[in-house]
Design a protein around this ligand. Structure first.
Ligand code: UGA
Length: 431
């Protein structure tokens, strides 16, 4: 099939490359000339394990191209994937400007029937609106189906080729069947439903996963007070198939470009129909507060943090990505600076991204964990990069002014750390 992917961000680039790998003829479109030039030159704008090789292989085979010319790409395509961004507006609602702009441009390029598949995360009712907009601009036939994307940053390639399920929302059976057929090589678990339900499945899934995280984080906070171990609690809970063991890792909460944005958007979607989503509001509040548990622990230990040197290990919102959007590290570093501390920060790959938006005269940018720990009164581990847990404790202790480690992701064994002479504190586990 000839496919045009409109929007070459995370979702667009990964799914476009995936369809090329499946043998389709794919052109990825983006307005950002610099990004398209980079991709056409064989480079990729994001850090994603395995993606570079996949892009190179398919580009070389002539199955994957990049362009800024939306019209030409859509004209030659039988199917169009909409994967443009839907960022948050100040009130939390999803901003659909880019999506509507893309549909207007598609309208001018409609020369025959097109199967349009929306992979962008959009509020319930958006695909119906897009359909009405496109119908008002063209007489050519088309279908718009909703195919929400569930891939995770850092494991996007694996998630795309081995999805738990594909959801297809279509209001016309043939269109649903065509979209399902396109995805069938990836999995047999294809759930076909109506468009509005598909749109809702995406938000409800992210909101539910965010709820699991805030739930276990509150359990962790209680564990700390009653002397239980949240790791043990989560493991014991997870053995119940009805609960499941995933997304029960306690820590400093979720960040990234999806959970924070989509939870806010769903609260707004509910609010727009006069429904107060109380549970999800609490999930968001708990998450916002949880990241400061690291700072509270430091203050309990030292009282005043002014003039203290704090090493920050990890700036990305999770490992295997250089993405720092809504990363807990952003707020934690800002709070440390507000309290007068000096910060020594490191991250295997996210440092340049973090530094470009959050530079400060009291932050020293360091090449690795030991360099960051030099002369520090405490280390705060904020992202669970494997290299942090593998650090040589003897050298770490020597490097630090005070052997204090606050582990925001429960990466170390308390006994081992204490045995090595550290004052150690983690989330929801006995000190
Ligand atoms: C998330 C969903 O997992 C994807 O299914 C979805 O497609 C994507 O959002 C999206 O809407 O585009 P992502 O944000 O890439 O994917 O990353 P996750 O691996 O889900 O992690 C999100 C955050 O939750 C991270 O900050 C992570 O540290 C945190 N987390 C995750 C926990 O604190 N505890 C856990 O047990 C799991």
């Amino acid at each position: 099939m000839r496919i045009a992917v409109v929007g070459t961000g995370y979702v667009g680039l990964v799914s476009g490359t995936c369809f090329a790998e499946l043998g389709h003829d794919v052109v990825c479109v983006d307005k950002d000339r610099a990004k398209i030039a980079l991709l056409a030159g064989g480079d990729i704008p994001i850090h994603e394990p395995g993606l570079r090789e996949l892009v190179a292989r398919n580009a070389e085979a002539g199955r994957l191209g990049f362009t800024t010319d939306l019209g030409a790409a859509v004209e030659r395509a039988e199917a169009v994937i909409l994967a443009v961004g839907t960022p948050s507006l100040p009130n939390g609602e999803a901003d659909l400007t880019h999506l509507e702009g893309a549909v207007r441009e598609i309208a001018s390029a409609m020369n025959a029937y097109k199967l349009i598949m929306t992979k962008s995360t959009v509020p319930v009712g958006t695909n119906a609106r897009l359909r009405a907009l496109l119908a008002s601009l063209t007489d050519r036939p088309f279908d718009i189906v909703s195919v929400p994307e569930f891939l995770r940053e850092g494991s996007a390639v694996k998630d795309t080729f081995h999805p738990d399920r594909i959801v297809v929302g279509a209001d016309r059976e043939e269109a649903g069947a065509a979209a399902a057929a396109l995805h069938r090589p990836l999995t047999d678990r294809i759930f076909v439903t109506d468009v509005r339900s598909a749109e809702m499945i995406k938000y409800a899934s992210n909101a539910f996963l965010a709820t699991k995280i805030s739930f276990i984080n509150e359990i962790a906070n209680i564990c700390e007070k009653v002397g239980a171990d949240v790791g043990q609690v989560a493991a014991g809970m997870g053995l119940d198939n009805r609960i499941g063991s995933s997304f029960l890792k306690a820590g400093i909460g979720y960040g990234g470009s999806c959970f924070p944005k989509d939870t806010r958007a769903l609260i707004q979607i509910a609010g727009n129909v006069d429904y107060e989503f109380k549970l999800l509001k609490s999930v968001v509040d708990v998450n916002r507060d949880q990241r400061f548990s690291v700072v509270r622990k430091l203050r309990r230990l030292y009282g005043d943090l002014a003039g203290r040197t704090i090493a920050v290990w990890g700036l990305a919102f999770k490992p295997n990505t250089d993405d720092v959007r809504e990363s807990p590290a952003v707020d934690i570093v800002a709070a440390l600076l507000d309290l007068g501390a000096h910060v020594r920060a490191c991250d295997p790959i996210a440092l340049p991204n973090f530094r470009s938006c959050h530079d400060h005269e009291r932050i020293a940018w360091c090449g690795d964990a030991l360099e960051a720990a030099q002369g520090a009164d405490a280390v705060c581990l904020l992202t669970e990069w494997p290299e942090f847990a593998a650090v040589d404790l003897g050298r770490l202790r020597q490097a630090m002014r005070q052997p204090v480690l606050i582990d925001g992701r429960n990466q170390f064994d308390a006994e081992r750390l204490e045995g090595a002479g550290f004052a150690y504190s983690s989330i929801g586990r006995p000190a």
